[in-house]
Design a protein around this ligand. Structure first.
Ligand code: PEP
Length: 250
C-alpha cells in the first residue's frame, strides 16, 4: 500500500514573513493525517520554515541542490547542507529547471545519486511539453527522462525515490490533465519501473501528479489507481487550498 504524498512547491515566491505564516497555518490546521505532507520553500527560507515544521506532520523539502559535497561551487547548496537545515526531501529535475535553466537528465541523475547517498528523498520530476504530447511523444519523452535521471540506481535506492509526473503544459497554466490522461502516463511509468527494476520496486514507488492541481480537481486525480499524491505549485501557497488537496487525498 503506497502512502499518499502531497508536496507544495513554492518556487521563487513569498517573503520570509509570508512563508513562515503560511507554514504556521498549514501546521496548525493539518491535524492528524495519514497523508505524507511536505513544503518546499525558497532555499533562503528553509531555516525559518524548518523551525515551524520541526516536530510536526509537515516535512521540509528543498527545490534543488548541487551534486558535489562541498568545494568551489559558488551559489550552490549541497545535500548535507539541506540535511543541516532539517530537509527530508529535495525536488530534482523540475521542468522549470530543465526548460528555463537548461538542466539535463545527466545533471539530474548526478543530483539524485548524491541526494540518495546523503539520505535525502529525491522527488524526481518528468513530463512532456505540449508540442511533444501533440507529436505523440509523451511516452518516449517520459521514458527517456526516467532512464536518464534514474540511471545507475539499485532496486533499494529506487524504492526511496518519489517520481512526479508533471506535464509541462499543465504547470501553472490552469490546464489540468484529465484523470484519464494522467493515469495513462502513471500506469506507463509503473510498467517502466517494473522492467527497469522489479515488480516490488514498481509497486512501492510513489508517483505524484503535478500540474494545476486544485482542491476541486484533486479528488478525481488522486482517485486513480496509479496516482499516489500531488506536487502542487500555486494552490500550495494558500492554507485552505493546500489543506483542501490534502483532504481530497484521504
Ligand atoms: C509545480 O510547480 O510543480 C506545479 C505543478 O505547479 P502548479 O500546481 O502551479 O501547476
Amino acid at each position: 500500500m503506497r502512502r499518499p504524498f502531497i508536496a507544495g512547491n513554492w518556487k521563487m515566491n513569498l517573503s520570509r514573513e509570508e512563508a513562515v505564516a503560511l507554514t504556521q497555518g498549514i501546521v496548525e490546521q493539518l491535524g492528524t493525517t495519514d497523508i505524507e505532507v511536505a513544503v518546499a520553500p525558497p532555499s533562503v527560507y528553509l531555516d525559518a520554515v524548518g523551525q515551524v515544521t520541526k516536530g510536526s506532520g509537515v516535512g521540509l523539502s528543498a527545490q534543488n541542490m548541487y551534486h558535489e559535497a562541498n568545494g568551489a561551487f559558488t551559489g550552490e547548496i549541497s545535500a548535507s547542507m539541506l540535511l543541516d537545515l532539517g530537509c527530508k526531501y529535495v525536488i530534482l529535475g523540475h521542468s522549470e529547471r530543465r526548460h528555463i535553466l537548461g538542466e539535463t537528465d545527466e545533471e539530474v541523475n548526478r543530483k539524485v545519486l548524491a541526494a540518495l547517498a546523503a539520505g535525502l528523498v529525491p522527488i524526481v520530476c518528468v513530463g512532456e511539453t505540449l508540442e511533444q504530447r501533440e507529436a505523440d511523444k509523451t511516452q518516449s519523452v517520459v521514458q527517456q527522462q526516467c532512464d536518464g535521471s534514474l540511471a545507475g540506481l539499485t532496486n533499494e535506492q529506487m524504492s526511496g525515490v518519489v517520481v512526479a509526473y508533471e506535464p509541462v503544459w499543465a504547470i501553472g497554466t490552469g490546464k489540468v490533465a484529465t484523470p484519464e490522461q494522467a493515469e495513462e502516463v502513471h500506469a506507463d511509468l509503473r510498467r517502466l519501473l517494473e522492467t527497469r527494476y522489479n515488480p516490488e520496486v514498481a509497486a512501492a514507488v510513489r508517483i505524484q501528479y503535478g500540474g494545476s492541481v486544485k482542491p476541486d480537481n484533486a479528488g478525481e486525480l488522486l482517485g486513480q489507481p496509479n496516482i499516489d499524491g500531488a506536487l502542487v505549485g500555486g494552490a500550495s501557497m494558500k492554507v485552505d487550498s493546500f489543506l483542501g488537496i490534502i483532504a481530497a487525498a484521504k
